[in-house]
Design a protein around this ligand. Structure first.
Ligand code: ADP
Length: 159
């Protein structure tokens, strides 16, 4: 059995992330979405909220689970059977960042491979950062994030 570990901030989860999760779930036996607790970055949504939203949005995919991690990605991945780290690539900026990270993770744990999957064309410009900016201007987010995520953002901003 192979396990794909899909780490990220998911602040907030977007349709770009959902598309990757769904496509990866068709290839690997199991997918573990790992919400990385990023110290130093002030998030919009709490880790618990992000986990809850990711669970709600991936509930129909039987081989997908969601967890959080304060460990190094390779240490988190090593708990699972035949782990592979999966990263999405939108553009050359993701490519540069993610390939460097993969090389670093490869040095830390040579047995754990990183696989890359390119973004679907329709989500290539979707990022959590852009969604947060649009949300600040009160824009409709329905094209970019699932409904429960849009609701959680609007609740958060009005509180
Ligand atoms: P962001 O870069 O939007 O803040 P994350 O840090 O949560 O998102 O990213 C987690 C993973 O998802 C990374 O591998 C990132 O490259 C990938 N990713 C983010 N948005 C998309 C998208 N629209 N299409 C494909 N992959 C994406």
């Amino acid at each position: 059995m192979t396990t794909a570990i899909y780490p990220g901030s998911f602040d907030p989860p977007t349709y770009g992330h959902m598309d990757i999760i769904e496509r990866v779930s068709r290839v690997f036996d199991k997918v573990v979405v790992s919400v990385v607790m990023n110290v130093g970055k002030e998030p919009m949504l709490d880790v618990d909220e992000r986990i809850e939203l990711l669970r709600a949005c991936t509930g129909r995919l039987a081989n997908v689970s969601v967890d959080c991690s304060a460990q190094l990605v390779v240490e988190f991945a090593a708990q699972y059977e035949n782990p592979v780290i999966v990263k999405g690539l939108r553009n050359h900026i993701d490519y540069e960042y993610e390939t460097t990270m993969a090389a670093f993770n490869g040095k830390l744990s040579p047995d754990i491979e990183t696989f890359f999957i390119t973004a679907s064309q329709k989500y290539v410009y979707v990022s959590s950062t852009a969604v947060k900016q649009l949300a600040m201007y009160g824009c409709d987010l329905s094209e970019y994030v699932p409904q429960p995520v849009a609701e959680a953002i609007s609740k958060k901003l009005s509180s």
